[in-house]
Design a protein around this ligand. Structure first.
Ligand SMILES: Nc1ncnc2c1ncn2[C@@H]1O[C@H](COP(=O)(O)OP(=O)(O)O)[C@@H](O)[C@H]1O
Ligand SMILES: [Mg+2]
Length: 440
């Protein structure tokens, strides 16, 4: 892409905000004050935690959803509905199961009233371009995941959009298939054989973002907003193993695990009971700490290297690293994860000592766990139903997220013997021998 193409803005978001009402009717800000411009000639990647509002942002940009605050402008005009020049590819493929590949691809053109001969020509072209030739008559269920996503992409391309929005388009695919498809899209982009002028990819795969993007935006949660921006000034095609790419991946890791100052202020403001606890199970935390303590790492590892060594994906390691940092068992700095003194005592400890350390760290660092424990101690019976805690969380989180956060708190609390959970009774209670008594 020549650099002059990069100057003119295609999509502009200024001070965009969006709230949703939760089940109990209270409004929750999902996006706040988002400023962002997508220019001609660039690929931008958007990275952020799950639930941070990335998909919502994409829907706003496609005109599928209206902002409550601020403005979305497409080619200088406010966007009030679905725009012809903007196509979206979804993680879930979103194909019609009863239609063939050809019919699924052609669909977008029918809706736009394109005459039949033209439809056929363009459908054939899109199918050919994206490597689906020979599969025109197949039904989605007869195709592999990778081929299905090719249909999703062909359907987005057939309308000859100038903006392509990809919402985790590769993440339902196995790694190799995802990488191959990604490289093909990049190749089409470079060759200029698509009329597309700009691409926005939402991803949780850091390597994917670094390999594809000219610019990476890192999104913060609650409410979602742009926290950091990182230009990737490397020529395409890029080599995933080159030192520069590995360095950039490190840098993105560091930015993503850093807590923003704003979040800390907010955390203090509402003592943050509703902090989104990362989805990290304790055995994975133990595994990562044990690995860090090994001779080959000497207490410090590069996060991307650890992803390989532990045979995890970014998506799996990030919550574990975040959880370890939150609990003071490790520190994340500049893309490295470093075991702390407490983390080391944990690794060297017996099962009982590990549980005790974990429990102490939980009470000290996770307000929700401390709150549950305090509430139980104030009950004569030493037990409580989960509902009041869920209700509390729903003030700040949607229903699914509230359930997820409470589940994580319970799992962690059980391991640390801070409290127990009766799967048959649905009650949280103090551990055996502590029932109803004040703590020592
Ligand atoms: N239509 C909706 N109604 C209510 N809440 C929604 C709706 N769409 C998204 N949300 C909520 O907004 C938040 C952000 O969602 P989403 O944009 O899908 O995040 P991401 O794509 O970053 O995972 C989530 O808590 C989600 O439950
Ligand atoms: Mg999403």
């Amino acid at each position: 892409m020549s650099s002059d193409r990069k100057t003119s803005p295609i999509l502009e978001l200024s001070a965009v905000g969006k709230s949703f009402r939760s089940a109990d009717g209270t409004a929750r800000a999902v996006l706040q004050n988002v400023d962002f411009t997508l220019h001609e000639g660039e690929i931008v990647a958007l990275l952020g935690q799950s639930g941070s509002g990335k998909s919502t942002l994409l829907r706003l940009m496609a005109g599928l959803l209206q902002a409550d605050a601020g403005e979305v402008r497409y080619r200088g005009q406010p966007l009030y509905g679905p725009a012809r020049g903007i196509s979206m590819v979804f993680q879930s493929f979103a194909l019609f199961p009863w239609l063939t590949v050809w019919q699924n691809v052609e669909l977008g053109l029918e809706a736009r009233g394109v005459p039949q001969a033209e439809r056929e020509r363009r459908t054939a072209e899109a199918i050919d371009m994206i490597g689906l030739a020979g599969f025109e008559g197949a039904l989605p269920r007869e195709l592999s995941g990778g081929m299905r996503q090719r249909v999703g992409i062909a359907r987005a391309l057939v309308v000859q959009p100038e903006v392509l929005l990809m919402d985790e388009a590769f993440s339902a695919l196995d790694v190799l298939t995802g990488e191959r498809l990604r490289d093909e899209i990049l190749q089409l982009w470079r060759s200029g054989s698509m009329p597309i002028k700009a691409i926005l990819v939402v991803s949780h795969n850091i390597e994917e973002a670094v390999m594809m993007a000219d610019r990476i935006l890192i999104f913060a949660s609650d409410p979602g907003r742009v926290r950091a921006e990182l230009p990737i000034a490397l020529p395409q095609p890029r080599n995933a193993d080159s030192p520069r790419v590995r360095e950039l991946i490190d840098e993105v890791y560091a930015q993503m695990t850093a807590r923003s100052p704003l979040t800390q202020v907010e955390r203090r403001a509402h003592a943050n009971l509703a902090e989104r606890l990362p989805d990290a199970d304790v055995s994975r935390m133990e595994g990562v700490l044990e690995m860090l303590a090994e001779q080959r790492f000497l207490g410090r590892a590069d996060l991307p290297r650890l992803v390989e060594a532990a045979d995890l994906t970014d998506e799996e390691l990030l919550p574990v690293a975040t959880a370890l940092g939150m609990l003071g068992l490790a520190r994340v700095e500049q893309g490295d994860i470093v075991i702390t003194a407490i983390g080391r005592r944990f690794v060297e400890g017996s099962k009982v000592l590990r549980q005790r350390i974990f429990g102490q760290q939980l009470l000290e660092h996770v307000p929700l766990v401390a709150h549950i424990r305090n509430s139980l101690e104030q009950e004569e019976s030493g037990e409580l139903a989960v509902e009041p805690f869920l209700r509390l969380l729903r003030e700040n989180l949607d229903e699914a997220e509230a359930g997820r956060v409470l589940r994580v708190a319970i799992e962690w609390g059980r391991y640390g013997e801070v409290f127990e959970y009766g799967y048959t009774t649905g009650l949280i209670h103090l551990p055996e021998g502590e029932g109803g008594e004040a703590p020592a």
